[in-house]
Design a protein around this ligand. Structure first.
Ligand code: SAM
Ligand code: SF4
Length: 459
């Protein structure tokens, strides 16, 4: 079998795609790069906002057409598969295999079924499953918990991913050891609310450390860089900031989604913290980590958001001074309390607020990135950038960075980089040697010159 997977959504979906791909390989499938080459196409879906749902709908339409022309098995997994909305789509577009986020290990049974297979249960075995490490990659994700016990009024995740289940520290450390053996240098611990790690359904699990202590444990593994996402402000404790400060491998980077700067809107979102408590967490983080890089998520145009509420979001942005932000227009999702009980604001109003927020974000990202010019940053370079002769990667603070290839550093690796220039979205620098001086760049040959110097031309 030749299998092709297409992934929408968050890092957790990327992790799940890797998990299912490794299962497919263990069942003898070849992974291929395009729909054209595949006889099994599996789409990993996102249901958090309307846009990714629309993308899946149009892709499934395309796949149905292909299916009418040649034999093809179509599968759908992830958040949308768990919802009635996704199941209706599956019926309409003749999807053969449907796997909810809790049934990923049913992929083998789905392949054997040779027909229609729907797996929608939340199965315990998934939490103990350790996927093989991604090969040849410096970066890896590591899921430390699945599901979510919160009920933010706008969010569909608790329905699609079920209640929170923390993975055991032993399984987490075992998976990390495999990743380290495969050469991973940066691990990102994943969960919907990592600060609630080990407290499932409101009760602390015997033998499970707090998230702060888990960071300390992971820090002893020998991994070079540790990041984590997402950190819910409600369960944030100062001990997490303290653990970060005392664990050198943990990067000075915190993604703490605020969603809104207005306590009134936060109450309607059922976020269970106020503007003031959120700012208190930021103060604690800055006290322990003076050079911390801060990122957030913001939803604009939540039902009932007034201009004054929105102004509070803008002023909170200034108070915190975020390095970056993911900004979303509120998207009413069927099945959520806000969809049921609150009227959506007009589209133009939401779009206009988003534009104003983006201006604010760009101002701050420009300022914050400019402070990196002239400094040396540890950059994990993943490989070739879009422009020939350049490599791309990111700093410990997650700043996207581009450098020219240099002699002795022309591929993936972790290097010190002297930052020479910045924009709101990118840092540009040069790899430096042990003496702190930039390594000589590999000169870029003009296409003409390159052709002339090729052995064929010279012969
Ligand atoms: N668990 C994380 C937390 O509580 O911060 C967030 C997970 S959610 C998958 C990622 C982000 O999507 C949220 O932080 C929120 O900003 C955004 N989001 C979720 N539901 C949304 C909706 N209905 N409309 C717009 N944005 C939404
Ligand atoms: Fe959704 Fe809230 Fe859970 Fe995050 S904490 S996944 S936003 S319900």
């Amino acid at each position: 079998m030749k299998a092709h997977m297409i992934t929408y959504g968050c890092q957790m979906n990327e992790y799940d795609t890797h998990l299912v791909q490794s299962q497919l390989v263990s069942f003898g499938a070849d992974l291929v790069e395009s729909i054209d080459e595949a006889d099994f196409v599996l789409v990993n879906t996102c249901a958090v906002r309307g846009k990714p749902v629309d993308k899946v709908r149009s892709l499934l339409g395309q796949l149905r057409k292909v299916k009418s022309q040649r034999p093809l098995v179509v599968g759908m997994m992830g958040c949308l598969a768990q919802l009635e909305e996704g199941q209706q789509m599956a019926r309409k577009f003749e999807v053969d295999v449907l796997l909810g986020p809790g049934s990923l290990l049913d992929i083998g049974a789905a392949l054997e079924s040779n027909g229609r297979f729907w797996g929608l249960q939340f199965k315990d075995e998934l939490h103990e499953h350790i996927p093989p490490s991604p090969q040849g990659k410096l970066q890896a994700h590591l899921t430390i918990m699945r599901g979510c016990d919160h009920h933010c009024t706008y969010c569909i995740v608790p329905t699609t991913r079920g209640p929170q289940v923390s993975r055991s520290p032993d399984d987490i450390l075992r998976e990390l050891d495999l990743q380290l053996a495969a050469g991973v240098q940066e691990v990102t611990l994943l969960g919907q609310n990592v600060n609630a790690y080990g407290v499932d359904g409101g009760a602390r699990l015997a033998g499970y450390p707090s998230f702060a202590d888990l960071l300390r444990l992971v820090g002893k593994s020998g991994v070079r860089r540790i990041k984590f996402t997402t950190s819910h402000p409600m369960n944030f404790t100062e001990d997490v900031a303290a653990a970060m400060a005392e664990t050198p491998a943990v990067c000075d980077f915190v993604h703490l989604p605020v969603q809104s700067g207005s306590s009134r809107v936060l109450r309607r979102m059922a976020r269970e913290y106020s503007r003031e408590t959120y700012l208190g967490h930021i103060a604690a983080i800055k006290k322990h980590l003076p050079s911390v890089v801060l990122a957030t998520d913001i939803i604009v145009g939540f039902p009932g958001e007034t201009e004054e509420d929105f102004q509070e979001t803008l002023s909170l942005y200034d108070e915190v001074g975020y390095d970056s932000a993911y900004m979303f227009i509120y998207s009413p999702r069927p099945g959520t309390p806000s969809y049921k009980h609150f009227a959506d604001l007009p589209r133009e109003l939401k779009t206009e607020r988003l534009q104003r927020l983006i201006v604010k974000q760009k101002e701050w990202s420009k300022l914050r990135n400019a402070t990196k010019v002239g400094t040396v940053q540890e950059v994990l370079l993943r490989g070739d950038a879009h422009s020939e002769g350049f490599l791309e990667g990111h700093t410990r603070g997650n700043h996207p960075t581009v450098v020219p290839k240099a002699f002795g550093a022309d591929g993936a690796g972790v290097y010190p980089v002297l930052i020479g220039h910045s924009t709101p979205h990118m840092l540009y620098g040069q790899i430096v040697g042990a003496d702190g001086q930039p390594l000589p760049e590999i000169p870029q040959l003009e296409p003409q010159a390159a052709a002339l110097s090729s052995p064929l031309q010279m012969a």
